[in-house]
Write a protein that binds this ligand. Structure first.
Ligand SMILES: Nc1ncnc2c1ncn2[C@@H]1O[C@H](COP(=O)(O)OP(=O)(O)O)[C@@H](O)[C@H]1O
Ligand SMILES: [Mg+2]
Length: 669
């Protein structure tokens, strides 16, 4: 054996392990080619975004989008979505029906081709359709690949056809069932539990919001949702278009101008429509669509709109002399969007999207088109209606000056929302869902040092009965173990009560607005991060006061902003994460709330905790759009906020935020 063919033993021993060959062959046999649908099953996320709840619902949207395309082409007037008791779903329309004749090249019926071959469809050439949501020709084949079973039915040319599939393959021929005068397509399918897990199931409320928005975006179209599980049936049909959609979005909001701003720009191949209305709220709610696809991550059309708004409102305000542009006074995009509700709908022949889930539109020309179109139309609209113009400009100026004034004069504003309709059911639904991933949804929830901070606020003494009110999973109450006698817990949702059973002694379901306990029952009441979610927080605090024994203590933790200039910004971040938030307390507000109920000897200690925003917003309650917008709020945080509120954006894009936890302790005299 020659030295050249065998490396010396010592050298081999020193070779770093990653460079060592793992297998002896790397040649053509190492290259695997996945056939189309196998690739989809191996990598579903690439096609439907994810295999969680969002991905599961995306399957339905692919079908609904196809029916919407039929309707945009002028052939479909009714769509029915049915959720069946066995976990399957059926989507039916009265469009032209997927073609069933033999495909000239594939030698199979066209419908079988679109269901089994990626990149097969009728929307690549704009003959059969003009404006479409579909364009890649992969929706049906992916859905089929990810379904345990699927049944296609087509009514066309006087006949009813049917063909069964399993895991993406036809398991029978396309059969002519019999004559029929109907027209349309029905696809029934059951998502494959091997892909999505056995626990996930379709949620009617999730579908409702998408179907409702689709019916607003497609006036006249009739959409029905039947949920066989609950027996519930919903119908949507609106003729009012996106103007009606805006009214719906703002139905509970205090609007600043009764007449929304509505602009429409039609150009060959592109049709842009936008409606806008400012409210007294602090949140912003801008929904954007391209060919009825909800572009939850925005894109060029949305950037164009934001540019247009900022430029035009600044221009108009300085024309009127309201804005001292020469002193560098300028309204920022951040301020203009405060309180804005808007719907932007674009129809175009050649949209391009990022990925198959189409969450972001990327056509560069769209940005200029929307920016220039909206700027022109908006300026004309403002000039034509001076009252409206004054309101719009004043709203934006207020927002920007309030931040600056707040900073200079420490002026206090209690930030409180007025625009959410909240019922016990809404709370129950939201917190019920949250409980599924409760402890993973934020660092703070089970953070030991923070819990210890609560316990540190308890003076030594005898506390036979403690109540953890709105106890959630019961971690706060449980941290007092050993210091108190019986640990009671109260929560609104059965899900949370079930979680808290492992930690607390006595659980009751009920509301903090009307505590199911006698006066003077408890020696200690504890609570954390709940009062900001409640309208009229004075009432629950009064209830807590009532059930405390004289001399008893209330210990409560709350995240507070770093100052008045931070409060409005934090409110917007929190509101997008958690639509139920009602108050962004500032420190003095919170003290007043406790003292106002009659509590005395108030003390407070602060604890700072880094929170990963990406984890915190990755919960069911936060929509994709809002996750994206929360990140934007961090990227574009105003200077006054950055000066007081530490946060960091890591090179990986991860956002970490420093939270100011304040733990208050007070006594009932
Ligand atoms: N409900 C329907 N009615 C009529 N034709 C349909 C329907 N659904 C799908 N098709 C046809 O099947 C093709 C493939 O659909 P799909 O896989 O979703 O891709 P895409 O919508 O991107 O073209 C469509 O282009 C269309 O020609
Ligand atoms: Mg499609």
């Amino acid at each position: 054996m020659s030295a050249a063919s065998t490396p010396p033993a010592s050298e081999e021993a020193e070779a770093p392990s990653p460079a060592r060959p793992r297998t002896d062959r790397y040649d053509a046999s190492s290259i695997t080619v996945l056939s189309g649908l196998e690739a989809v099953r191996q990598n579903p996320g690439m096609y439907i975004g994810s295999t969680d709840l969002a991905g599961l619902h995306h399957l339905v949207y692919e079908l609904v989008d196809n029916a919407i395309d039929e309707s945009q082409a002028g052939y479909c007037r009714r769509i029915t979505v049915t959720l069946l008791a066995d976990g399957s779903c059926a989507v039916e329309d009265d469009g032209r029906g997927i073609p069933v004749d033999m495909h000239p090249l594939e030698g199979r019926p066209a419908c079988e081709v679109v269901l089994t071959k990626l990149h097969a469809g009728g929307k690549f050439r704009r003959q059969s359709y003009q404006y479409t949501a579909g364009l890649h020709g992969v929706g049906l084949s992916c859905l089929n690949a990810l379904s345990e079973w699927l049944v296609l039915e087509v009514w066309r040319d006087g006949f009813h056809y049917r063909q069964p599939y399993a895991a993406g393959r036809a398991v029978g021929e396309l059969a002519k069932i019999g004559p029929s005068g109907r027209r349309g397509t029905r696809i029934s399918f059951r998502p494959d539990p091997r892909i999505f897990g056995a626990e996930l199931s379709f949620s009617a409320p999730t579908l409702v919001s998408r179907l409702r928005e689709l019916s607003f975006l497609n006036p006249g179209l009739h959409i029905r949702l039947l949920d066989q599980g609950s027996g519930e049936e919903r119908e949507f049909q609106y003729d009012s278009g996106i103007a009606g959609f805006l009214r719906h979005l703002n139905q509970d909001a205090k609007v600043l101008h009764p007449q929304p701003l509505a602009l429409r720009l039609a150009q060959p191949g592109v049709d842009i429509e936008v409606v806008m209305q400012w409210t007294a709220g602090y949140g912003e709610n801008i929904l954007s669509y391209v060919n009825s696809i909800n572009t939850v991550h925005g894109g060029t059309h949305l950037s164009g709109l934001k540019n247009a708004l900022t430029r035009t409102v600044n221009r108009y305000a300085s024309e009127l002399g309201i804005l001292k542009a020469e002193n560098g006074e300028r309204i920022s995009t951040f301020d203009i969007l405060e309180g804005l509700t808007a719907v932007l709908s674009v129809r175009m022949e050649t949209p391009s999207f990022e990925g198959q889930t189409k969450t972001r539109v990327t056509n560069p020309e769209l940005k200029t088109m929307v920016d220039e179109g909206v700027s022109g139309a908006l300026l004309a609209a403002l000039r034509a209606d001076s009252r409206l113009a004054a309101q719009v400009v004043a709203r934006a100026l207020d927002a920007s000056r309030a931040r600056l004034a707040a900073r200079r004069a420490s002026e206090r504003i209690r930030i409180q929302s007025v625009d959410t309709r909240v019922s016990k059911e809404v709370y129950q639904r939201q917190f019920g869902i949250r409980s599924q991933n409760w402890h993973q949804s934020a660092v703070w929830i089970a953070n030991q040092a923070l819990l210890a901070e609560h316990v540190r606020q308890l003076p030594s003494g005898h506390y036979p009965r403690m109540l953890d009110v709105c106890c959630g999973s019961g971690v706060v109450g449980a941290s007092f173990k050993g210091r108190v006698g019986t640990m009671f817990g109260l929560d609104l949702t059965p899900e949370m009560i079930a979680l808290a059973r492992a930690r607390l002694d006595c659980l009751t379901q009920g509301t903090v607005y009307q505590l199911p306990f006698r006066d003077n029952t408890f020696d200690l009441v504890v609570n954390r991060e709940v009062l900001h979610l409640l309208p009229n927080p004075e009432r629950p605090v009064a209830e807590i006061f009532r059930v405390l024994k004289p001399g008893g203590r209330f210990i409560v933790g709350q995240i507070l902003p770093f100052g008045p200039e931070d409060a409005a910004w934090m409110y917007r971040v929190f509101k997008k994460k958690q639509p139920l938030i009602f108050n962004m307390f500032q420190e003095d507000d919170f003290r007043e709330l406790l003292l106002g109920a009659g509590l005395v000897d108030l003390t407070m200690s602060e604890y700072r905790l880094w929170e990963s925003i990406d984890v915190w917003i990755d919960t069911h309650e936060t929509t994709n759009l809002h996750r994206h917008e929360i990140r934007e709020l961090f990227y574009q945080a105003p200077q006054e906020v950055r000066e007081v509120h530490p946060f960091e954006i890591l090179p990986t894009g991860e956002i970490r935020d420093l939270w100011r936890w304040c733990v208050f302790s007070a006594r009932k005299p």
